[in-house]
Design a protein around this ligand. Structure first.
Ligand code: ADP
Length: 477
């Protein structure tokens, strides 16, 4: 079987490969992927450091061309790359192709941003002195990504890092090295100089930890669990480096009496269960006012009956498998906890078998939940959603904000007054009105508040905040 290697200092290296298993069919091995050591990681960081001076001063046309070529190749190969993504991660093929297209759009956006790099020129308060404010690359960036968006998250970190002239050491999640390898291969062939982008696949505790411990990384951008995020933060403070964290969510969707029932059910079903509930922007708390509660639960339950859970590559599948055995055990543990806590299991709750061995779980809906239950406070990261009944909008808003997290929040309502008030008063980084809490554009900022995020926003032009440092230069004429 083919061994996909790490890219270190412009060379493909690595001898030992770990099998990449398809969660829809555990007999299917996607490929063997190299697993890097601490030394490999340090070599990659040294290569990125050596490549930084030239790359940070490279011409904007060179950077534009490489990012544009990458976007074009990803788009041209969207079906094949989408298939690889669905096979290694388990989201459905249409979702996977959609994610692949999005990563092409991100590279395309940052290919454009290279051409829009600008500064400011201001007069000084002192006579005959001018002030220039420019943005410069920060140095070597460590990129650590999770398994749930195997191509989009690497794209939205790698593209701005390279756009603004940084060099990169990229460590993808162990479960999804295939998509990561594919985009690094595309960028490499698009003409990146040696050492500008290094790929070190392998364990978080080995490769990731070696990145955290390095004095030579100027920044780390991380998406993953809260626990690992905290380690990234403390190690980064130790090394006086910039860091940007995207972590969990426990995203509320408020459904008011005046909501359009079809809109509310579609938004809840989409953001609660699509991508197997494995999105940090998924809605896991449906906060429903009492006038619509029973109608909404009945309609959502009917909708869940129509959703097909099956092989991610089969046409007609709405929900693919859970990503692996460990995550499936977490999901089923939380289902048991929900029952023990006294929530009512209104739908699902069981693992299921399909033609091939895989990690299949029914979409699971709890009702009569409270906001204090563990299933309402802790991120599950699976297709498990709880419905909480409330009296009115005021109680719903207070409950939506009563969470340690603050990534995304939604409201289904036809009231302009309540929609406007919710947009202003939600303590989340992203607010959706009559839309799923998940599903965001590639050209606008992404990020949250409280325990969900730390540091400046990702994506769109706001990405410059993390990937550059501002310089203020004074000149006397
Ligand atoms: P999840 O539970 O979703 O897998 P993790 O935070 O464990 O979330 O993983 C997100 C990313 O962080 C992965 O690429 C993983 O390998 C990496 N990681 C895990 N442990 C560490 C660590 N100690 N140091 C650096 N990175 C790590």
């Amino acid at each position: 079987m083919h061994l996909y290697k790490n890219l270190i200092a412009g060379e493909w290296v690595g001898r030992h490969g770990v099998p990449n298993i398809n969660p829809s069919n555990t007999k299917d091995v996607v490929g063997l992927y190299a697993t890097g050591s601490g030394d490999d990681t340090r070599t990659a960081i040294a290569a990125a450091k050596a490549a930084f001076p030239a790359w940070s001063r490279s011409g904007i046309l060179e950077r534009h061309t490489i990012l544009k070529k990458t976007a074009d190749e990803i788009l041209a190969r969207k079906d094949e790359l989408g298939m690889l993504l669905a096979r290694e991660e388990g989201k459905t093929l249409p979702e996977a192709i959609g994610e692949t297209i999005r990563s092409a759009q991100i590279f395309d956006f940052f290919a454009g941003e290279v051409l829009r790099l600008a500064g400011e020129v201001l007069p000084s308060v002192r006579p005959n002195i001018g002030v220039e404010i420019t943005r410069e690359a920060i140095g070597v960036i460590g990129i650590i990504t999770p398994w749930n968006f195997p191509i989009a998250i690497p794209a939205w970190k790698i593209a701005p890092a390279l756009c603004y002239g940084n060099t990169v050491v990229f460590k993808p999640a162990e479960l999804v090295p295939g998509s990561a390898w594919a985009i690094v291969d595309i960028l490499h062939r698009a003409g990146l100089p040696k050492g500008v982008l290094n790929l070190v696949m392998g364990k978080g505790s080995v490769v990731g930890q070696a990145m955290l411990d390095s004095p030579d990384l100027a920044g780390i951008t991380f998406t993953g669990s809260t626990g690992t995020g905290k380690r990234v933060a403390s190690a980064s403070i130790e090394h006086n480096r910039k860091f940007q964290l995207e972590m969990g969510g426990k995203n509320p969707m408020v459904i008011l009496n005046d909501a359009d029932l079809t809109v509310a059910v579609e938004a809840a079903a989409n953001s609660g269960f699509f991508s197997t509930g494995q999105r940090c922007t998924a809605s896991s708390r449906l906060i429903v006012t009492e006038g619509i509660h029973d109608k909404f639960v009945a309609a959502l339950t009917e909708k869940l009956k129509t959703l097909v859970v099956d092989d991610a590559l089969k046409s007609g599948t709405h929900i693919g498998p859970v990503v692996d055995e460990r995550q499936l055990a977490i999901d089923t543990d939380y289902i048991a906890i929900g029952k023990q806590e006294g929530a009512k299991l209104a739908f699902g709750g069981e693992t299921i078998s399909r033609d091939n061995p895989g990690f299949y779980l029914q979409p699971t809906l709890f009702t009569e939940a409270t906001n204090q239950m563990r299933i309402s406070r802790e991120e599950i990261f699976g297709p498990v959603v709880s419905v909480i009944r409330v009296k009115d909008y005021e109680e719903a808003l207070a409950m939506a904000n009563d969470t340690p997290f603050g990534l995304s929040a939604g409201i289904a309502t036809t009231s302009l007054k309540h929609a406007t008030h919710f947009k202003r008063n939600s303590e989340a980084g992203m607010v959706m009105v009559n839309l799923p809490t998940a599903g965001v554009d590639f050209h606008v900022p992404f990020g949250g508040r409280k325990a969900s995020s730390f540091g400046s926003r990702e994506q769109g032009k706001y990405a410059a905040e993390f990937f550059t440092v501002v310089k203020t230069a004074y000149t006397q004429s």
